[in-house]
Write a protein of this length. Sequence first.
Length: 200
Amino acid sequence: MVTKVAQLGSEAFPGTTSPIESADEEDSVLDPEEQIASGLARITADVANQLLTRILAQDPVFFEQAVLDLLMAMGYGGAEGTATRTQLSNDGGIDGIIDQDALGLSRIYVQAKRYGADNPVGREAIQAFVGALAGNQANQGVFITTSRFARTAITYAESVATRVILIDGERLARLMIRYGVGVQVKQRIEIVEIDEDFFE
């Protein structure tokens, strides 16, 4: 017995639309520039997920250095500043130090936690970091994780006098893309329009 398999599409079930047709219809309601923006947003989201996946596959030292590279790319090292990764053991709760000037008069202390998405950073970790900052007579620090922060951790960071900036995995990936850390430009797109001055 021979069984005939029909292709499933709008012709198979009148009144319904196939997934491909739905995507085409969605794109058709957008103008070309909106389609480009939508496509770029999807690409960026995919690259952000890949970044976090690749970081989690590396060792903690790699992540700590990547965090310092990002902060330097963001300009926190200043014109003559430096970034130093502390020793892996006995780091006193500090993973890196950024000197914002040549003399090291202004410093940013960094803590980097490479956690899985299902393992949020809790209040205790932020308390320990604030204690480490106090031990270094510092009043500002950045705590970066590949995961997210528990509500209690965020509330505590907002309540202390020490300035502690929290950067979760989602924001970390966006910043790495924005400042070109761990990514490279694959293609540039130029959109042209009529030059009205030429026709005057």
